[in-house]
Design a binder for this molecule. Structure first.
Ligand code: AMP
Length: 399
């Protein structure tokens, strides 16, 4: 009988899950899947790591299963799937831990209440992240739950990197640069000692370039600056998010164009970025395959802004030893990596195009002053490890 941990990543309309089972000291992924269409017509699918479909269910359109119904279904499925193995806990991806949660935390009803305080800071994500936690506390109160935060990794940043130039009362009220994608950066930091020991010890910039995109400056594996701030909309242009914007634009949209705050929210989160500039798609693959000049403009802007941020984060670090690319675009697009590296060539990035085109782990030339790496991220395993560790250490303490 082996211990198992399930990791949940709940969004507005779906809950993604990954099941990990202990093998000796490590946790191995066994099944990944999701329940999607939570408020339309739900569909559940579970796949083994080799892609084989293990289970599939659809509910009629109009059946609003919601987060609670999806959680119930998942628990039932996992218990039947695990048979003799034992589910020891649930790990949750939670976007916001505020300034308080610098580490993962075991969630009970008190902690859940504390996490609800951060809903206004991440209204599009936090309520959905918390919904399955609430349900599991009702439904399976004996099953330990652990919340892991996208913000925690960045709490090592110096205060000045977290500060907006606003009246200081707002800082005290929590208006600060929190940074996100922390679980991805933590995974990269955990891989670096083995993959690139010098980068693990040195000044490294990690580019998490997916549908959401951000960059993190790390010194000896600790975050010292990041491009995302108070919300996950700051920094680089993304699939549909605009990235950094002159705040005066927002005032203009409201005052002169008569937009409501909800309309502005939709604009900056859902209608901007690669989609907004290209007018074609939020998907980098689609844009790279297109010969429409607008698609080219969106890619140019993405590359330009990433290159500029490498300069900015290098200044924050006071030097640069290594650059790491990760997430959908960072892991898979040689052309985007090559263009970003060329824009930062003045900092000493020399890319080996053969290695880059082959998506090798090290893509810089042997003589490059700054080494360049491609490391696939895995936020789920980080959550699974934290969950197991916290549950086991609390058991140790009870002994
Ligand atoms: P993620 O959010 O990490 O899943 O990343 C999604 C983004 O990665 C989308 O913009 C995809 O188009 C992009 N992506 C995935 N594979 C490739 C590829 N081979 N070349 C370029 N972009 C890719």
């Amino acid at each position: 009988m082996a211990n198992a941990v399930v990791v949940l990543n709940a969004g507005s309309s779906s809950i993604k899950f990954s099941l990990f089972v202990e093998q000796g000291k490590t946790l191995e992924p066994r099944i990944r899947g999701q329940v999607e269409g939570l408020y339309t017509g739900a569909r559940f699918v579970a796949k083994a790591v080799d892609g084989e479909v293990k289970a599939e269910t659809s509910w009629p359109a109009g059946v609003k299963m919601g987060h609670a119904g999806a959680l119930d279904h998942l628990i039932e499925y996992l218990r039947s799937e695990l048979k003799r193995d034992r589910l020891i806990g649930i790990g949750h991806r939670v976007v916001h831990g505020g300034s308080v949660y610098t580490q993962p935390v075991r969630v009970d009803s008190e902690v859940l209440k504390a996490l609800e305080i951060f809903v206004p800071l991440a209204p599009l994500h936090q309520p959905h992240n918390l919904a399955p936690i609430r349900r599991a506390l009702e439904r399976v109160p004996e099953l330990p739950q652990v919340a892991c935060f996208d913000t925690s990794f960045h709490r090592t940043q110096p205060e000045v990197a977290q500060l907006f130039a606003l009246p200081f009362d707002l800082w005290k009220a929590g208006v600060k640069r929190y940074g996100f994608h922390g679980l991805s950066y933590q995974f990269i930091a955990s891989e670096l000692p083995e993959v690139a020991p010098a980068a693990a010890m040195g000044k490294t910039i990690v580019l998490h370039l997916g549908n959401g995109a951000s960059m993190c400056a790390m010194e000896a594996g600790r975050s010292i600056a990041s491009t995302m701030g108070f919300t996950a909309v700051e920094g680089l242009p993304m699939g549909t998010r605009c990235g950094s914007l002159d705040p005066g634009v927002i005032l203009y949209l409201i005052d002169q164009l008569g937009m409501t705050t909800r309309e502005v929210e939709k604009l900056i989160y859902n209608r901007s970025g690669l989609l907004g500039v290209s007018g074609i798609s939020s998907d980098m693959r689609t844009l790279l395959a297109s010969d429409d000049p607008q698609a080219g403009m969106a890619i140019d802007l993405f590359v330009y802004r990433a290159g500029r941020e490498i300069g900015s984060l290098t200044a924050a670090l006071g030097g640069l030893d290594a650059v790491v690319f990760t997430a959908g675009i960072g892991q898979n697009s040689p052309i985007v990596r090559s263009r970003i590296c060329h824009s930062a060539a003045w900092l000493g990035l020399e890319i080996d195009e053969t290695a880059n085109n082959a998506n090798r782990t090290c893509i810089s030339t042997p003589s490059s002053p700054v080494s360049v790496w491609v490391i696939p991220t895995d936020e789920e395993i980080i959550i699974a490890r934290h969950t197991r560790q916290l549950i086991q250490s609390s058991k140790e303490m009870k002994k």
